[in-house]
Design a protein around this ligand. Structure first.
Ligand code: ADP
Ligand code: MG
Length: 137
């Protein structure tokens, strides 16, 4: 498999729980390399633009409210098959359905507050990495 880059976000719920280090450790243990990392408090416009694909869904306003309520940690991750590898490391969207040992199983609260984001395809990874890290693409 090719070397890929993917966008990770440690979401507000996990930052509030003081789990930045624990989640980053799971990322590193999965063999993913942190190429760029920045802590920031997303604006409403940034969160809406990032999740534009979900505009019109019932949970969109709740999602934007959640993602902007406190700081997040943005990361560009790199590795062999990084996109699918990181999705597997995160676990299912709903933490209750996530496998043991995954980030969402360990640190997610519910389907909305699920600790982390990871790009779901090469196309979204390219868009998402350049959305937050324009300098590295
Ligand atoms: P994933 O983050 O696993 O790619 P989606 O792209 O489907 O999942 O959804 C984006 C984010 O929107 C989820 O990670 C979660 O924070 C939120 N979300 C998804 N579905 C729901 C829902 N039914 N209710 C509330 N929030 C949701
Ligand atoms: Mg998604």
């Amino acid at each position: 498999m090719a070397i890929e880059r993917t966008l990770s976000i440690i979401k507000p719920d996990a930052v509030e729980k003081n789990k930045i280090g624990a989640i980053t450790a799971l990322i590193e243990q999965a063999g993913l390399e942190v190429k760029a990392m920045r802590m920031t408090h997303l604006s409403k416009a940034q969160a809406e633009g990032f999740y534009a694909e979900h505009k019109g869904r019932g949970f969109f306003d709740e999602l934007v409210e959640f993602m902007t309520r406190s700081p997040v940690v943005l990361m560009c991750l790199e590795g062999e098959g990084a996109i699918s590898k990181y999705r597997a490391t995160m676990g299912a969207t709903d933490p209750a359905k996530a496998e043991e040992g995954t980030i969402r199983k360990a640190f997610g609260s519910n389907i909305g507050e699920n600790a982390c984001h990871g790009s779901d395809s090469p196309e979204s990874a390219a868009r998402e990495v350049s959305y937050f890290f324009p300098e590295i693409r």
